[in-house]
Every structure is written in C-alpha cells, then in structure tokens.
Design a protein around this ligand. Structure first.
Ligand code: ADP
Ligand code: MG
Length: 145
C-alpha cells in the first residue's frame, strides 16, 4: 500500500486496529521515520487508548489502557540483549506492537503480522503487509491490501 501522508498512515493503523483481537502480535519493520510509531498511534486510536502513543528516548515498553490494552515495544535499544521484559505472559491479554522486531527475535511468536515501512519521499511511504499464519492472512484480506 502507498501512504501519501501522516494522516493516511494513522488511518491505516486505525483500520488495522479495529480488526485486531486479544493476543494479536504486530511486528513493524523498516526505515527510520518510516511511520512505524505513526501507524501505532492509529492502532491506539482504534483501541481508544488513553494518552499519546509516542516513542520517547530510552523507553522500551509502554502500556496503554483502552478498550483493549496496547503493549508498545520499541526494541531498538534492546539490540538482541537477552533482556526479559516479562510481558510474554500477558500477550493474550492485549495487543502487542513491536518496532524493530529484529532485536526482539527471541520473543516473536509463531504467528504474527509483519508490516514493512519504506521511505519513498518526504510524504510518501510504501507499506507492505506479510502474514505469518492464517489468522493474519484473513486480517490482510479484510484490510483489502
Ligand atoms: N505518509 C507518511 N506516513 C507516516 N509518516 C509520515 C508520512 N509522511 C511524512 N511522515 C513523517 O515521517 C515521520 C514518521 O515518524 P515515525 O512514525 O516516528 O517513524 P518510525 O517510528 O518508523 O521511526 C513523522 O515525522 C511523520 O510526520
Ligand atoms: Mg518509532
């Protein structure tokens, strides 16, 4: 999919967010400033979370309460350290969104939705969805991507 603005990426995240059930796991890959955090804001919007979804420096995990709980992980600073965030046991109780899953590989479940963000120009991003598991194939179909 092509997103031509910040708002379009939020709207796309919101559409995905409305399709997610408890236990969903979303892995956001790709360029810096690709729109991963922006997309997560949209997911948060769909879940009616309180507070503003952002990625402040040095924060690895943020938990937002909403209609469903959103666990937002930015694994960039984990750099694959075997650091246990202690949240895998809560995965089924919320929606997990992980930026830089390359640094969180040990904790990736068998089934998840991969989303890859590519910077095209100032306002344009290519956003690719890859399903790992049947449940995510259905979600991509519903998204119409
Ligand atoms: N189409 C677009 N989708 C998402 N962000 C965009 C788009 N066009 C411009 N931007 C800008 O790119 C930046 C994306 O930042 P962010 O979502 O934090 O990226 P990441 O988390 O991937 O590093 C923001 O400053 C946003 O305003
Ligand atoms: Mg980010």
């Amino acid at each position: 999919m092509i997103s031509r603005s910040y708002e379009e990426t939020i709207a796309l995240g919101e559409r995905l967010g409305s399709l997610l059930e408890l236990g969903a796991f979303i892995a956001l890959k790709g360029d810096l400033a690709g729109g991963k955090t922006t997309f997560t804001k949209g997911i948060g919007k769909a879940l009616n979370v309180k507070g503003i979804v952002n990625s402040p420096t040095f924060t690895i995990l943020k938990i937002y309460e909403g209609d469903k709980t959103l666990y937002h992980i930015d694994a960039y600073r984990l750099e694959n350290n075997e650091y246990d965030l202690g949240i895998d046991e809560y995965e089924d109780e919320g929606i997990m969104v992980v930026e830089w899953p390359e640094y969180y590989e040990k904790y990736l479940p068998k089934e998840y939705l991969e989303v890859i963000f590519e910077y095209i120009d100032d306002n344009t991003r290519n956003i690719e969805f890859i399903a790992h598991g049947e449940k995510y194939e259905r979600i991509i179909e519903e998204l119409g991507c």
